[in-house]
Ligand binder design. Structure first.
Ligand SMILES: [Zn+2]
Length: 273
């Protein structure tokens, strides 16, 4: 019942004995694990969202875990090729995703991904590129640098990073009129496609907002995104049907997760109760 990982996790047997952890859930077969990161590195002083920061050390261990356990990290376009029969499905596909598009994705996360050999996908807030996380009040969360367009183009040229949209300005979509929602969805896609010269297949709802509001989700589908990503913890099926299965669920990787949490997220779709 308890997995092979246990011997290498200090004290994990004691942890596993706790029903707070989901080790007792069945292993999800044929799921598509989608890891959801935000920032990699050390949080600035005053950050109230420390859980959104994963240290470089843990991030490296997590990327190495994926390869050690036989996962194949895919770009959105590679997922689409597998779906449409243009490439074989890997035995264990996984998507590594980052929300918002922080500069630390290029400066801290990417060098580690390159070293380990992992590909990833970044959802950009188009209007904040070259700037800072303006949707946060600096009184509650310090402003930090977002990716520059120059960094985005360099990552694109590496062939190991693909980009998706996270709207123009990171609004909570249910707070907007449907007309404004449509603009956030279509204008961000158009702008990214123009800048990058590639189709934009993926969209992530800021705060997860609107993913389960039928009119908003329909607008995302109509904008032409192939994949829309929720912020609901779990794993969607590998052979995902947008109508039947709803927005793609993700595995939120928190800065205070331990390594057993990471293992449970990937195998059970959820680490804790
Ligand atoms: Zn976001």
């Amino acid at each position: 019942m308890i997995d092979a990982l246990l011997p290498c996790v200090g004290g994990a047997a004691a942890l596993a004995a706790s029903a707070r952890w989901n080790w007792w859930r069945p292993i999800v077969a044929d799921g598509l694990p989608v890891l959801a990161y935000h920032k990699v590195g050390d949080p600035p002083a005053g950050s109230k969202l420390k859980k959104l920061w994963v240290s470089a050390r843990e991030f490296r261990w997590q990327m190495q875990y994926l390869l050690r356990h036989g996962y194949t990290p895919l770009l959105f376009r590679e997922l689409y090729e597998a779906e449409t029969g243009k490439r074989p499905w890997p035995a264990k596909p996984v998507l590594v995703t980052f929300d918002d598009g922080y500069a630390n994705n290029a400066e801290v996360a990417y060098p580690i991904m390159k070293e380990v050999g992992v590909k990833g996908n970044i959802f950009l807030v188009s209007e904040d590129m070259d700037k800072h996380n303006s949707w946060h009040s600096p009184a509650s969360e310090p402003w930090i640098r977002m990716l520059t367009w120059k960094q985005v183009l360099e990552l694109r040229d590496s062939g190991s990073v693909e980009f998706g949209s996270h709207t123009m300005k990171h609004p909570n979509l249910p707070d907007l009129t449907l007309e404004q929602v449509r603009w956030e969805l279509t204008e961000s896609k158009r702008r990214l496609e123009e800048k990058l010269g590639t189709p934009i297949l993926g969209f992530a709802y800021p705060y997860g907002g609107g993913a389960y509001v039928p009119a908003i989700r329909q607008a995302a589908r109509e904008a032409g995104y192939r994949y829309d990503f929720a912020f609901r913890q779990g794993m969607s099926p590998r052979r995902w049907d947008p109508e039947k299965d709803g927005p793609i669920k993700r595995l939120f990787i928190r800065g205070d997760d331990n390594r057993f949490d990471f293992h449970l997220n990937l195998t059970r779709g959820k680490a804790r109760l």
